[in-house]
Design a protein around this ligand. Structure first.
Ligand code: HEM
Length: 388
């Protein structure tokens, strides 16, 4: 919001190496389109191949069923995220008891223990994908994807300024992540995924594909779901999460903690979606705008060359008053709830996979994991709502 005012106030502003789009109409239209992408992140050229792996799914242009992007998405979905697969439902059933062994009866205030909460997210996401419950040591390695989230948005200049210290940390994180896969003997999944890719997209080594896919699992999966759990944990206590701005979130509809907990128990999915609308785990995404266009910053027209970077800002689209009534008010019962673009598309609308080709493939897993970690039927939440 502040950036928007400083750099061009209006429907667009300039920051980094490109222009930022903030209206719902434009962000929605972009998420529905066949996006051109490049090795760019947070509207700056990404540090590739040191910080980010090359050929990351996020950097591949959207394309038809024959494209590289579609091929990677397909093998990723089939191996890791297919909710129709027997192993998904079997693991989901076991997830709560695994969590209960590791974190018995967490009280509401325990959700403020961010390091532990993140550890539980890592273990849950890993268990759902690989069927193995990690020990604390391995889980702490993978927690680095959330703990180091800020490193990914810094430009190369800043990295040079700190003597590439942070880049080295992420490089090590990537090596250690692949090391965990190897240690646990899980390489075969990536061997098979690579084999299942059309020959022209096959990675030169299986470990290269493992690095790329585990980047997506760590960065999007662990990072996004941890942020969501941190938000839910704070909201249930009527607290504003650390990174969010108190002036932009109102709990007026739920005056007490008991009211907040009752709203969650009433409909956890709606609660999670609304919390993530108002405090999105992924606030914006980068694409390349292939067309030349003229935009106004502070009323002054500027020509954007074709292939300028463009950041579409989900967090601001999710607050556009043209769509969301009283956008700062937290209200899981709002009628426009499913219009929010939180998961890179309007999650919960008709044909979402077709209408929003890049909608997050892990969105259902994210909802399942949050509900397992913060179980709406748990005794600790029941105690809170009984006192209300
Ligand atoms: C609350 C949790 C989550 C949120 C809010 C979220 C949101 C998003 C968003 C906004 C994107 C688009 C990013 C971009 O294009 O730059 C995305 C992409 C992606 N997400 Fe998620 N995500 C979450 C959890 C997960 C989980 C649990 C997984 C899997 C383990 C996952 C896997 C992915 C992948 C692979 C992509 C790339 C899709 C593509 O480019 O086609 N996400 N997610």
């Amino acid at each position: 919001m502040h950036l928007c005012q400083a750099f061009g106030k209006g429907e667009h502003y300039w920051h980094g190496e490109g222009y930022w789009s903030v209206t719902y109409e434009e962000c929605s239209q972009i998420t529905k389109s066949q996006q051109v992408r490049g090795s760019a992140f947070a509207c700056i050229e990404a540090c590739v191949p040191d910080l980010f792996a090359t050929n990351l799914l996020l950097f591949l242009p959207t394309g038809g069923p024959e494209s590289e992007w579609a091929a990677i998405r397909r093998v990723l979905h089939a191996a890791m995220l297919d909710r129709g697969a027997y192993q998904y439902s079997e693991r989901l059933q076991k997830l709560s008891s695994q969590l209960a062994l590791d974190w018995p009866k967490p009280q509401l205030t325990d959700f403020s223990d961010t390091p532990r909460l993140r550890l539980m997210v890592v273990k849950s996401v890993f268990f759902m994908i690989f069927g193995i419950w990690l020990d604390d040591q391995d889980a702490q390695i993978l927690r680095g994807w959330r703990d180091g989230a800020v490193f990914f948005v810094l430009p190369r200049l800043i990295h040079r300024f700190v003597f590439n210290f942070l880049i080295r940390k992420v490089k090590q994180l990537r090596i250690d992540t692949v090391g965990v896969i190897e240690k646990l003997g899980l390489q075969q999944m990536f061997v098979d995924m690579n084999k299942n890719l059309p020959e022209k997209y096959r990675r030169p080594t299986d470990v290269k594909l493992c690095d790329e896919i585990m980047f997506a699992v760590g960065f999007a999966g662990v990072g996004g779901t941890s942020a969501a759990c941190e938000t839910i944990g704070a909201f249930l206590q009527r607290k504003i999460p650390e990174e969010a701005s108190a002036s932009l979130i109102s709990f007026e509809k739920y005056p007490t903690v008991e009211d907040m907990v009752a709203a969650y128990k009433q409909n956890p999915v709606k609660y999670i979606k609304e919390a993530c609308r108002i405090d999105p785990p992924v606030t914006s995404c980068t694409r390349v705008d292939p067309t030349e266009r003229e935009l106004k910053f502070l009323g002054i027209p500027y020509k954007m060359q074709a292939n300028t970077l463009n950041q579409y800002v989900i967090s601001m689209a999710n607050r556009d008053t043209k769509i969301f009534e009283n956008p700062s008010v937290f209200d899981p019962t709002r009628k426009e709830l499913d219009m929010a673009l939180t998961w890179n598309g309007a999650f919960g609308t008709a044909n979402e996979e077709t209408v929003y080709p890049r909608i997050c493939p892990g969105r259902f897993l994210a909802l399942d994991v949050v509900q397992a970690i913060v179980p709406p039927g748990s005794q600790s939440l029941a105690k809170v709502s009984m006192t209300g």
